[in-house]
Design a protein around this ligand. Structure first.
Ligand SMILES: C[S@@+](CC[C@H](N)C(=O)[O-])C[C@H]1O[C@@H](n2cnc3c(N)ncnc32)[C@H](O)[C@@H]1O
Length: 250
């Protein structure tokens, strides 16, 4: 199933979504990298943090979505449309960031060691993927999708932290892997439905017609309200597990 993206909808929770990017970047030590790559740059709002941190670097940004590339370009990022599967680092690449992208790329477990092998000594590869495929937000979507014979990504879409640590360490790189569960405090009606509408629900939206998608959401909304109940003050706690890995080439 192909996935189309809506940059404006994706940016609705930009503060919450930016937090893991900051936490990932905090573990990258490069002082004056020559080339910094944002693999799957999305709407480019976080790419601007890379240009701000390393103003002298060549910042390369790519994404497979025409809509996202356009949104990044409007922001002044020199983004191009490309699939990470065919990407290889240029020889001067010192930092590679991929934030919340590789969960969409089933073969990423093979790509990571291949990229490390193509990077020079001292280069850093920093990756973050959501580790929440077993959370109610995803399980409920998969259950409703299965009733419509739609196959969505399951828990195997990403690896567990120990698996990333092992596959990166096997390259000989220095490895730093960790996980964090953020407790996002969301506001407004059906905030979890709104959150996943711009990410996990994109393949469902692409697969159904307008009426079918409206029915899907109408069935999903009360289930999500039960799994993530609104508090008396109207806010909703949304736990979101993220997995991080930074590899430094020796
Ligand atoms: C959840 S967004 C993350 C965007 C950005 N990195 C951020 O942290 O805000 C996922 C992005 O990955 C991109 N993407 C998914 N599969 C890709 C692939 N195979 N090659 C390049 N980009 C891909 C999507 O187009 C989308 O922009």
């Amino acid at each position: 199933m192909s996935t189309t993206w809506d940059p404006a909808a994706y940016l609705t929770f930009d503060d919450h979504r930016a937090r893991p990017f900051h936490d990932l970047l905090a573990r990258v030590t490069a002082r004056s990298p020559r080339r910094v790559v944002d693999l799957g740059c999305g709407p480019g709002n976080l790419t601007t943090l890379l240009t701000a941190r390393w103003p002298a670097a060549d910042v390369e940004a790519l994404d497979s979505s025409a809509e996202m590339v356009e949104a990044a370009r409007v922001r002044g990022i020199d983004a191009r449309r490309a699939d990470v599967i065919g990407w290889t680092p240029l020889p001067d690449t010192d930092v590679v960031i991929s934030n919340a992208v590789l969960q969409w790329v089933p073969q990423h477990r093979e790509l990571l060691p291949r990229w490390i092998a193509a990077l020079g000594p001292g280069a850093e590869l920093a990756v973050q993927v959501p580790g929440n495929f077993g959370a109610p937000s995803h399980v409920l979507v998969r259950e409703l999708a299965a009733q419509r014979s739609l196959q969505l990504r399951g828990e195997g879409a990403v690896a567990e932290p120990a698996e990333y640590a092992a596959l990166l360490a096997a390259t000989g790189a220095e490895v730093d892997v960790w996980e964090t569960t953020y407790l996002h405090r969301l506001t407004g009606p059906d905030p979890v439905l709104k959150w996943i509408g711009s990410t996990a629900l994109r393949p469902v939206r692409d697969a159904l017609d307008e009426r079918g998608y409206a029915e899907f959401r109408a069935e999903l909304a009360p289930r999500l309200r039960t799994a993530y109940p609104a508090q008396p003050d109207g806010t909703t706690w949304f736990p979101f597990r993220r997995i991080f890995a930074v590899a430094r080439v020796r």
